[in-house]
Design a binder for this molecule. Sequence first.
Ligand SMILES: [Zn+2]
Length: 281
Amino acid sequence: MLHHAGTGPRTPARARRARALVAAGVCTAALATGCGTQSQAAAPPTRGGLSVSYQAPRGGDADERAFLRGRGLPEKVAADLNKAVRLPEPVEIVGRSCKKDDIPEYDPAGGRIVLCYGFIGEVRSMFEADGDADPAGRTAGVVTETLYHEAAHALIDKLNLPFTGREEDVADQFAAYRLLRQGEAGRAALLAAADNYDQYARESDPADADPSDEHAPDAVRSANYRCYLYGSAPRRDRARERRSLVDGKRLTKERAELCEEEHRDLRRGWDQLLASHTNDR
Ligand SMILES: [Zn+2]
């Protein structure tokens, strides 16, 4: 589905659409049978760790698959996490065409992270509609953040990681945790994700707000990412970046005062969660 700025039906929040995907069961069973052909180069993993495969695109998804493969986004995330974490069981990142409005998810039954080609086109069209200077690069950032978020669900599941609070918040924190270790590219990806959550928030009908949603509202997820960007930015070296993040709306001055501590806490939390599973040290 493409973004229609202000004229068509409102775009559901990214979080609400994620829940709809789980409720519908999508085509997880068909992953093995009817959802397209598996890439020959990517056989299902037989050992632990993350692997990547691509199913044949349907409809108009060929460009999105080419975008994903060309940039090697799932491969980069898989390589980063395979280097950092010892995952005893296999988890496969599967690129594929999905039903309309489906978005990425982790399927615990199949040990798969499903990345819908259509989601890539939707995000890109949102950046294009906003007149973004680099819609392709920004889309790649959102996809990378999404893959880390879904990978967090996989790690929590496969490593039986303990935590408190909502798993969705913990997964967002993991995406920030990994991206903020990756210099400018990681920071740009996290900011692209924050901006994309703002776009979804803008397009959502407030009447659809669901207080029982397991995800935080999109605007809150955006504010959290801005907070982690702010909190991880050295005061002296990144003074301009810090100022640009605190616009009084998407991130307030009051919240910003807490962000260094929030960032430190999330880093310490994930360091400890992965301490007995890490290859990093
Ligand atoms: Zn999630």
